[in-house]
Design a protein around this ligand. Structure first.
Ligand code: ATP
Ligand code: MG
Length: 437
């Protein structure tokens, strides 16, 4: 019987289906983020998932993980090199410049959607993953850095995961300060070159700061002994950082200054931060961001200060589940059980009538027939509070049955598990009464 040709096709490795049982978490999370951002005055921007490869080559830095080995790059039919976006900041800056959003304007923008990186798939690390990103333009001071962090802190409180997250904070200083530090760091690691792993040897002269970010346990002692960037900071960056910390202190946001926090991308300077949890194993960073004052100019715009962050939706959903936080459940109102051909048509007519009259009504009509028993089972499984019953008898009498499926009705009209029959023309009025309870 089995046909060797018709084997089933599987999803691409590292690219996940988000099934309905998880979608509730996603919707709740996305809804909360959108609410908070709207309240703080941020506007959504929707960006393409594909950009010219050049955009990422120019912005991310040649010796970053993403550009070295993670980009999904392909030739378009006319030969243009295109890339599935590995992150959102570059595209957002490109769009802001291209559409003139930055001329003497302050911008607070956010976006969400899938990002693509050819990484080794594992828990919390996928090849298609979702980010919600926030970018601000035109604001130089630590006030906006603080606002970005306060937004995330408020979000964690709303979601009930604030106890699971620690804020790591650092300043990368200006590019001059980083250059001076870089020389010191290269000297330090060069003196211990026999303790470096292959990745770090490679980075020693290309991107030595990234060695600090190594997750290799064998490297941790060496890294702990390395000179610290904060000691090399220029005065302006030092003052900026101090003012940011003062706002966080005054608003009761706890943080740890982590001198090894460098972020993977080249465009960051001054403030960088990450929210990290212990609950998710090695992939514990759920949100990361910082200031990138040089990027707009690098992409051909007028010099414009900027700061932003991105959160990883899969990791946040995993954290919600791990923390036992569930989205609020809203039971559906009613499930309509239908028997007989005549009833099938009338069910549709009645359902549309009550949907017109009660726009927020959550009503599922049984489709595809089935015995009363199997339909009631479906009604139960649907989580609906009431079953509406339309069979041949009800059709003949112009009535419809209502049965409570949950044991918590305060309303006098419908008792637990009992069944009532009402005239079909009274259905709207009756439903209104019982669903408002
Ligand atoms: P990591 O150090 O974990 O690789 P990153 O520095 O590469 O993270 P960013 O580019 O800062 O990550 O992206 C911001 C957030 O997006 C991360 O903190 C994480 O929550 C999420 N993220 C990044 N890469 C992935 C991935 N491959 N799969 C799932 N989530 C990811
Ligand atoms: Mg990464």
């Amino acid at each position: 019987m089995s046909n060797p040709v018709s084997h089933s096709i599987q999803a691409v490795r590292g690219m996940n289906d988000i099934l309905p049982e998880q979608a509730g978490y996603w919707q709740w999370l996305e809804g909360c983020v959108q609410n908070v951002l709207t309240l703080y005055g941020y506007a959504e921007i929707r960006l393409p998932m594909v950009e010219k490869t050049e955009l990422f080559l120019r912005t991310l830095g040649e010796v970053t993980d993403i550009v070295e080995k993670e980009m999904y790059t392909f030739a378009d039919r006319n030969g243009d090199s295109l890339t599935l976006r590995p992150e959102g900041t570059a595209g957002c800056v490109r769009a802001a410049i291209e559409n003139g959003l930055l001329h003497n304007q302050l911008q607070r923008l956010w976006y969400k959607g899938p990002m693509f990186r050819h990484e080794r798939p594992q828990q919390g690390r996928y090849r298609q993953f979702y980010q919600i990103g926030v970018e601000t333009f035109g604001m130089t001071g630590p006030d906006i850095d603080a606002e970005l962090i306060l937004i995330t802190a408020r979000l964690w409180r709303m979601l009930g995961v604030h106890d699971h997250l620690v804020l790591h904070l650092n300043s990368l200083g200006t590019s001059q300060a980083r250059a001076a530090y870089r020389a010191t760091l290269v000297a330090y690691f060069s003196a211990h070159v026999e303790q470096l792993d292959a990745d770090s040897v490679r980075r020693l002269h290309t991107n030595p700061l990234r060695i600090l970010d190594s997750k290799n346990p064998q490297m941790q002692a060496l890294i702990a002994g390395a000179p610290q960037l904060l000691e090399y900071l220029d005065d302006e960056s030092r003052a900026h950082f101090a003012r940011l910390c003062a706002v966080l202190d005054a608003t009761d946001v706890a943080y740890v200054v982590n001198p090894r926090l460098v972020r993977g991308l080249d465009y960051y300077g001054k403030t960088v931060f990450e929210w990290v949890t212990n609950s998710l194993g090695a992939q514990g960073t759920v949100c990361a961001g910082g200031r990138y004052d040089v990027l707009v100019e690098e992409l051909g715009g007028k010099p414009t200060p900027a700061a932003g962050f991105a959160m990883g939706v899969e990791r946040l959903v995993a954290l919600l589940m791990d923390a036992g936080v569930a989205p609020p459940v809203t039971a559906s109102h009613a499930y309509m059980v239908v028997a007989g051909e005549a009833a099938e048509q009338q069910a549709m007519v009645l359902a549309e009538t009550v949907r017109d009259a009660i726009p927020h009504l959550q009503l599922t009509v049984n489709c595809g027939g089935g015995s009363f028993k199997s339909q009631f089972k479906k009604a139960d499984r649907s989580g609906a509070r009431y079953a509406l019953l339309l069979g041949e008898d009800e059709m003949m009498r112009g009535e419809i049955g209502i049965k409570s499926l949950r044991a918590t009705q305060r309303d006098g009209l419908v008792r637990d598990q009992s069944q009532q029959f009402i005239a079909q023309r009274d259905l709207v009025e009756t439903l209104l009464k019982i669903i408002e309870e």
